[in-house]
Design a protein around this ligand. Structure first.
Ligand code: NAP
Length: 301
C-alpha cells in the first residue's frame, strides 16, 4: 500500500491548485484523475478573464498548471478513485490501479453541465453552443443568441448576455420559470430579451463550422448565432456518496473547504457554491490545501 500525505481526487483547476499548494507546503501529494490533467479547461477554446494572463486557451492554462504542479513535486496519475474509507486517522483509498493510505483527502471532481441531448448539440459545442455565459458571452457581441433553461442561472446569465448581444431569446420547456420571482420581474424590463415558453429545442443547426438556428418541438425554427444551455449541472460526487454530506449531490463545505468529515476537503465545482469559474476553483483549491495542512498539524498526523 502506498502512503502519502495528501490525496487529491480530480485534476481540474481546483485539484491542481490544491495539489500545488499542498506539495509546496512540504506534503507528499498525489493527484488521481482517470482523464489526466485539465478537467473542463480542456473544453474551453479561449479564456480571457483569468486574472493576469490575457487571452489564453484552456489547454495552455491546464498545461501551465500541470507544469507548475510537477515543479513542486506533485505526482499526477491517470487513475480513478473507487472507494474512500476512514480508519484510525488515515484514509484508505482504493483506485483502479492501487491502494493508498492518505492523511487528508481533497475532492476536486468537478461538475458536468447538463446537456439538452438535442441533435447537433455535441457537434456545435464550442462552435456556438456554450454552457458558460461569462466565458463565451463576449464572443457574441452585437449578435443574436438563445438561452435554454428557466432557472436562476438561465435568467441571470440571459441578463448578462443582454448587455453584449443584440437580441437574447430565452427558450423554456414549461409555461412558467423556475427562477426567483425578482429575476422574472427584472427580465421582463429588458428590451432586447424575449421569451419562448412551453417549447423544447430538438435540434441545433449550422453550416458545419458555426450555429445558424435552433429547431423547436412545434416545428418552428429560430435563427441564432449562439445557443447558451443553462439547464442545471450534475455534480461528480459519486465517490463520496455516504461519506460526506451533500445537497442535491453537491458537497457541502464551509468557507475553509471543510466537509462534514474531518480530513476530507472539497473544492471547485463539486461543492455547493453559486459561482463556478476557473478562478473560483483555483481559489477554493488553495484554501482546501491550507485547511488540509492545518488538519494534519492539529492532529499530529
Ligand atoms: P436549476 O434551478 O436546476 O434549473 C434548471 C432549469 O433547466 C429548470 O428551469 C428546468 O426546467 C430546466 N431543465 C432541466 N432539464 C432540462 C432539459 N432536459 N431540457 C430543457 N430544460 C431543462 O439550475 P440552475 O438555474 O443552474 O440553478 C442551480 C442552483 O444555483 C439553484 O439552486 C439556483 O437557485 C442557484 N443559482 C442562484 C443564482 C442567484 O441567486 N442569482 C444564480 C444562479 C444559480 P423545469 O423548470 O421545467 O424543471
Amino acid at each position: 500500500m502506498r502512503e502519502i500525505d495528501v490525496l487529491v481526487v480530480g485534476a481540474g483547476p481546483g485539484g491542481m491548485s490544491a495539489a500545488q499548494y499542498a506539495s509546496r507546503a512540504g506534503y507528499s501529494t498525489l493527484v488521481l484523475d482517470p482523464m489526466g490533467p485539465g478537467g473542463q479547461l480542456l473544453f474551453i477554446d479561449e479564456i480571457e478573464n483569468y486574472p493576469g494572463l490575457g487571452k489564453i486557451s484552456g489547454y495552455f492554462l491546464s498545461e501551465s498548471m500541470e507544469n507548475q504542479c510537477k515543479e513542486f513535486g506533485v505526482e499526477i496519475e491517470y487513475d480513478e478513485v473507487k472507494k474512500i474509507e476512514k480508519k484510525d486517522n488515515r484514509f484508505l483509498v482504493t483506485s483502479s490501479y492501487s491502494e493508498i493510505k492518505a492523511k487528508a483527502v481533497i475532492i476536486a471532481t468537478g461538475a458536468s453541465h447538463r446537456h439538452i441531448g438535442a441533435k447537433g448539440e455535441e457537434e456545435y459545442s464550442g462552435k456556438g453552443v456554450s454552457y458558460c455565459a461569462t466565458c463565451d458571452g463576449p464572443f457574441f457581441r452585437g449578435q443574436k443568441v438563445v438561452v435554454v433553461g428557466g432557472g436562476d442561472t438561465a435568467l441571470t446569465d440571459a441578463m448578462y448576455l443582454s448587455k453584449l448581444a443584440k437580441d437574447v431569446v430565452i427558450i423554456h420547456r414549461r409555461d412558467s420559470f423556475r427562477a426567483q420571482k425578482a429575476l422574472q420581474e427584472k427580465i421582463k424590463t429588458i428590451p432586447n430579451v424575449s421569451t419562448v415558453m412551453g417549447k423544447n429545442v430538438v435540434e441545433i443547426k449550422g453550416n458545419g463550422t458555426k450555429v445558424e438556428s435552433v429547431l423547436l418541438d412545434d416545428g418552428s425554427e429560430i435563427e441564432t448565432n449562439g445557443v447558451f444551455v443553462f439547464i442545471g449541472t450534475v455534480p461528480n460526487s459519486k465517490v463520496v456518496e455516504g461519506l460526506v454530506d451533500v445537497e442535491n449531490g453537491f458537497i457541502i463545505t464551509d468557507d475553509k473547504m471543510n466537509t462534514s468529515l474531518p480530513g476530507v476537503f472539497a473544492c471547485g465545482d463539486v461543492r455547493n457554491t453559486s459561482f463556478r469559474q476557473v478562478v473560483t476553483a483555483t481559489g477554493d483549491g488553495a484554501k482546501a490545501a491550507h485547511s488540509a495542512d492545518e488538519y494534519i498539524q492539529e492532529n499530529n498526523l
